[in-house]
Design a protein around this ligand. Structure first.
Ligand code: ZN
Length: 248
């Protein structure tokens, strides 16, 4: 049996037996882990409070060889989201990000960039809930990028000409982006303003991105949402959804 300590963001929890929970979290040093927290559902239990979704904690856990579930032994709250728990829109947005992290992160593979990006998005959403929609778009683009599914946005997949002109570009069903000439206008057109917002995510923090996007029309945000949705659903369709039975 080995003992580990890591910073972790709680994504979801499920009741187990009378007083226990199964908790899924994204940890800094081990990536996605699932564990059992014993006796955390007793009244006024600090251990239980630290395992509420989207809480940032320092986690100590035990691991037994060949067991998928670890055992959570100690936690310390670093950042609680308790003040937001009654805000349904924020909770829905956070659950959406949590679900995508569970869908895209292979179990027990640390990914520091993904962890820091996710943390920054949850933090930005906590600070400015009014900007949550843009923060979710930022999260989707970066998740796809860090997991290797975002098409190359710099140049045409066929002719390699950079997308630096005003002409429209197209997302193909193979998730590659091509210029007008190579695509023959087949696929989903990516309007210039949507393209510019996708590129803006590369240089900005989620908070700064959402701030600069305030002047961008709502229609553009919706178009970007449809585009990321199309890519995500296509990727998830072809990814094995190897979720353990208790999640289904
Ligand atoms: Zn081309």
């Amino acid at each position: 049996m080995s003992l580990f300590e890591t910073e972790a963001l709680i994504l979801r929890s499920y009741n187990l037996a009378e007083a226990d929970k199964i908790v899924v979290c994204l940890s800094r040093s081990t990536g996605l882990i699932r564990g059992v927290a014993k006796n955390c559902r007793k009244l006024k239990n600090r251990f239980g409070a630290s395992l509420e979704p989207f809480t940032l904690i320092n986690l100590t856990y035990f691991e037994k060889e060949n067991q998928e579930l670890v055992s959570f032994s100690q936690t310390e709250i670093l950042r609680s989201r308790f003040n937001l728990s009654s805000d349904a829109a924020v909770m829905t947005g956070f659950s959406y990000m949590g679900d995508l992290l569970m869908d895209f992160s292979p179990p027990r593979q640390a990914n520091d960039n993904l962890y820091r990006m996710a943390l920054a998005c949850f933090e930005a959403g906590s600070q400015t809930p009014a900007h949550l929609d843009w923060i979710l778009r930022y999260f989707e683009v970066w998740l796809l990028k860090l997991e290797g599914f975002l098409p190359d946005l710099r140049a045409c997949a066929n002719c390699q000409n950079p997308f630096d002109r005003e002409e429209p570009i197209y997302l193909g069903t193979d998730l590659a982006v091509r210029c007008l000439n190579c695509s023959q206008a087949r696929g989903r057109a990516i309007p210039r303003i949507v393209y510019q917002q996708m590129r803006a995510t590369e240089k900005l923090s989620p908070a700064k991105f959402a701030e600069q996007a305030r002047e961008v029309p709502v229609a553009t945000r919706k178009e970007l949402a449809q585009l990321t949705y199309q890519i995500i659903s296509r990727v998830l369709d072809r990814m094995p959804r190897a979720r353990p039975t208790f999640v289904q």
